[in-house]
Every structure is written in structure tokens, then in C-alpha cells.
Design a protein around this ligand. Structure first.
Ligand code: BTN
Length: 329
């Protein structure tokens, strides 16, 4: 175990070094000395990184060259990019699984700490809200589940959903310059199409959640025409909106760093800024909505607990706590 951890740590250090010298030849001798390992040991780790998919070039008698950052989610790359303090570690990376939320829930039941992150390249039974499935092909998108153990009451659990949707919206807006908006309760939309969905699951004891699993599916690099027909008119990806392929590991790291900041505020009892951001970049407020029970009205606000306030045509004010609303206009 100790050795394994040592190797994993060393791989992260190697990747960090390569990232700071992107496009340059890195001297094997210098790097081996810096890491305190032999040239042979370094060579073996470089071979292992190549096998993980890093397009590393060995230049005889000179060293190693990484021309560009690959779009991988393997631990050495993601952890080399991650600058959060707590969220995102330990990192469980899976080639394929049924559902990362299921894996994270099992880990949480076994006592996995807050911040544990599960990511899969693809899911065979990706779960959406309300029993729906989540389109989860390999190598294109982000499917992640984060374990949180917040010291909040069950009444405030919806704030965790806000936290995730606000952090994701902020990353998409500020880092990728795309106009993401939040559709109540927790979908992210760009230009009227869904780019991400969030599924928060919880296990509780008494009046406190024991743990929460924040599951996020973000369509990153699905190309035009890449969605199945049943969702193709309603779904979009960051690549379709921004016109270029993006690095999933970088987006994942930004998301956790941003989430961590909001989470710190929330734990300290500050939620005004979070709710203000949520309101500011909201897609639902002010629009006409169709409720699951067939009623229609205007989305006029949200309560501090996160319910949507809808004024019906007859003037009644409804508080919608769960379920879906369809934006009519
Ligand atoms: C929605 O219906 O909009 C929520 C979709 C949530 C999908 C994500 S993908 C990663 C995580 N694992 C799952 O099985 N579901 C969530």
C-alpha cells in the first residue's frame, strides 16, 4: 500500500513537472534527481504514463517531451491539476461502472470520507432524476459523484443541490465563457438546451443527513449528432456550444475548486451569496412553467428551503418542493 501510494504520488509529481514544461524537452537526469529516483525508475514511470494514454515522446539522450495535455481522467493528470484542499480526494477512477452514484453510495456506507470522488469514463446504467437514465458514452463527458457529509439539517439539503448547480454554472460561465443558466431545481442549460444534470442522493439518520452523494453528468465533448434521437433536440454539449474539444480533467478540477469555496461558506452558515447567484443565473424564474400535476403558472421565486414559488393563472401561490417543471416560455 505504502509503495503504491508512493508511486501514485510520484506520478502526480512527474505530470506536474511535464505540465509546467509543456512543449519542452524535460531532462530525465534533472527530473530523476528532483524526484530522488533512479533514471531506470523514472523511465518505468514514463512508460506507465504512456500506457495510460499520455502522448509522451522519449528523446534519446535528451529526455521526455509532452506536447499537449491529453483529454484523460486518469488520477495522475486530474490530481496534478486539482488545487482544492479537500474535495476530490480520495479519487476513484473507473473505466466503466453501472453508476458512479451507486459506487459512491457504497463507499460512503463503508465510511469513505467527505470529499471522496468517483469518476467513470462510461456508465452502463447512469441514473437521472425521477427514474430516468443518463446518456453516458465513454471518452466524451464527465460522470462524477462526490461524497459530502455536511453539518446541516435535512431541511437544508436542497442547498447542496444549489451548491452544485451554482459551482457548475460559474465554471461554465467564467472559465469557458458560455452562457449557462440554472433550470430549477438542478439542470444546467445553455441557449435553451440541457448541458448538465445533477442528482443528489442522501442517507440520513434522525434529522441530519449522514452523507450526500452529489452526482453530476456534464456533456463535454459529445459532437453534433452524437446524442440519441430521443434527447437530441433538447441536449447539448460544451463542445457543441463553444466549438472546441475541452479537457475534462481541467473542468473537473475547476468544478471541485469552485464547489469547495461555496461549500466552505455554506458550512459557515453563509448562504445569501449562493442563493443570490442561483437567482441571478436562473433560467426558470420569470418564465411560464408547466407542473407535473398539469397546472401552469409563472415561476416567481424560491423559498429559503429551495422550493419554487409558482403563481397560477387564478392567482394562487404554490410552493413546489420536488419534481420537475417544464418551462413553457
Ligand atoms: C438528471 O436527471 O438531470 C440528473 C442526471 C445525473 C447524472 C449523473 S452522471 C454521474 C452520476 N451517476 C449517475 O448514475 N447519475 C449521476
Amino acid at each position: 500500500m505504502k509503495n503504491h501510494r508512493g508511486t501514485a504520488e510520484r506520478d502526480i509529481q512527474i505530470v506536474r513537472h511535464l505540465l509546467t514544461h509543456l512543449g519542452e524537452t524535460v531532462s530525465g537526469e534533472t527530473l530523476a534527481r528532483k524526484l530522488g529516483v533512479s533514471r531506470v525508475a523514472l523511465h518505468n514511470r514514463m512508460a506507465a504514463l504512456k500506457a495510460m494514454g499520455f502522448p509522451l515522446v522519449s528523446i534519446p539522450r535528451k529526455g521526455y517531451l509532452l506536447e499537449e495535455i491529453p483529454d484523460l481522467l486518469v488520477p495522475p493528470l486530474f490530481l496534478a491539476l486539482l488545487e482544492s484542499r479537500e474535495l476530490g480526494r480520495p479519487y476513484h477512477y473507473l473505466e466503466q461502472t453501472d453508476s458512479t452514484n451507486r459506487v459512491a453510495r457504497d463507499l460512503a456506507r463503508q465510511g469513505a470520507p467527505e470529499g471522496t470522488l468517483v469518476v467513470a469514463e462510461s456508465q452502463t446504467r447512469g441514473k437521472g432524476r425521477q427514474g430516468r437514465s443518463w446518456f453516458s458514452p465513454g471518452g466524451e463527458n464527465l460522470y462524477l459523484s462526490l461524497i459530502l457529509r455536511p453539518p446541516i439539517s435535512l431541511l437544508e439539503v436542497s442547498h447542496i443541490t444549489f451548491l452544485a448547480s451554482v459551482a457548475l454554472t460559474q465554471v461554465i460561465r467564467e472559465r469557458l465563457h458560455l452562457e449557462a443558466l440554472i433550470k430549477w431545481p438542478n439542470d444546467i442549460y445553455i441557449k435553451g438546451k440541457k448541458v448538465a444534470g445533477i442528482l443528489v442522493e442522501m442517507e440520513s439518520r434522525g434529522t441530519m443527513p449522514q452523507f450526500l452523494v452529489v452526482g453530476v453528468g456534464l456533456n463535454v465533448n459529445t459532437p453534433p449528432g452524437g446524442f440519441p434521437p430521443e434527447i437530441s433536440t433538447r441536449a447539448t454539449s460544451l463542445m457543441m456550444e463553444g466549438g472546441k474539444r475541452l479537457l475534462r480533467a481541467q473542468i473537473l478540477a475547476w468544478f471541485l475548486e469552485t464547489l469547495e469555496e461555496w461549500y466552505r461558506d455554506l458550512r459557515e452558515g453563509h448562504r445569501e451569496a449562493l442563493l443570490a447567484y442561483w437567482r441571478r443565473y436562473n433560467y426558470t424564474l420569470g418564465r411560464r412553467v408547466h407542473l407535473e400535476d398539469g397546472r401552469e403558472g409563472w415561476a416567481v421565486g424560491i423559498t429559503p428551503q429551495g422550493s419554487l414559488l409558482v403563481r397560477t393563472q387564478g392567482g394562487t401561490l404554490l410552493s413546489v418542493g420536488a419534481g420537475d417543471v417544464e418551462v413553457v416560455e
